[in-house]
Design a protein around this ligand. Structure first.
Ligand code: ADP
Ligand code: MG
Length: 229
């Protein structure tokens, strides 16, 4: 599939990022250039500490851009207002290593959470959409249980359903298989791949798990804060 003539949906240029360590700034991303195209699944591989989570958090507008250019769709992160950042975050779905589910509410309610502040969506529609999202990941039968009653793989599937509920254009996944055994990890990445292809979602997945590389359309290596081809 040639993407060469298309505009990337995410475009990163000369991105640098530093953290304050003691009294000195330590640079962890060193002039990263990367493009991601609509509908593709890209895996960013790299050892622990190479800057993968930092990169994903910057793309997700969770960490403030320090230096360089990041464009998500038609929004530039540099100079973006709080309102622009909200707009960007609404187009994204997040899947983390630990699924961040609330155990005081049901699986269904967890999936509905991203819709809770959207007054254009009635509770009936929200429930229907959440049940559909749970059906897509194959666990609608668990909807009324508490997350703690589910297996690790099932909980990660709930997190995927929650990431999809707003029909995002882009899904960012940070080590989604890290806390799972091989079989559950495989099921989870197959679901991510299927939903990406069915819904035309762009997926940026960071991992150091080389057992899941085959789901990617493209693999990028990040080593010591630099892209390596
Ligand atoms: P990865 O996800 O590839 O393991 P990270 O992006 O989490 O890498 O971290 C890259 C480097 O930045 C590591 O050396 C890490 O210790 C450092 N780092 C990450 N977050 C912070 C932080 N909030 N403050 C200071 N240093 C950090
Ligand atoms: Mg990380």
């Amino acid at each position: 599939m040639s993407q060469k003539n298309k505009e990337p949906i995410i475009s990163i240029r000369s991105l640098r990022h530093s953290y304050l360590e003691g009294e000195t700034m330590k640079e962890v991303l060193h002039s990263v250039d990367l493009d991601f195209y609509e509908g593709e699944i890209v895996i960013i591989m790299g050892p622990s500490g190479s800057g993968k989570s930092t990169l994903l958090k910057i793309i997700g507008a969770q960490l403030t851009l320090q230096e360089g250019d990041v464009r998500i769709g038609d929004c530039n992160l540099s100079g973006a207002t709080q309102k622009d950042l909200m707009k960007i975050r609404r187009r994204l779905g997040f899947i983390f290593q630990s699924h961040h589910l609330l155990d005081s509410i049901s699986v269904l309610q967890n999936v509905q959470l991203p819709l809770a502040f959207d007054e254009t969506i009635t509770s009936a529609i929200s429930k229907e959409r959440a049940l559909n999202a749970l059906a897509m990941v194959g666990i609608d039968s668990q909807a009324y249980k508490k997350p703690s009653k589910l297996s690790g793989g099932q909980r990660q599937r709930v997190a995927i359903a929650r990431a999809l509920i707003r029909k995002p254009a882009i899904v960012l996944a940070d080590e989604p298989t890290a806390s799972l055994d091989e079989k559950s990890g495989r099921e989870v990445v197959e679901i991510i791949r299927k939903m990406a292809k069915d819904m035309g979602v762009t997926v940026v997945l960071v991992t150091h798990d080389n057992r899941i590389l085959d789901i990617a359309d493209r693999i990028v290596s990040l080593v010591d804060g630099k892209i390596r081809d």
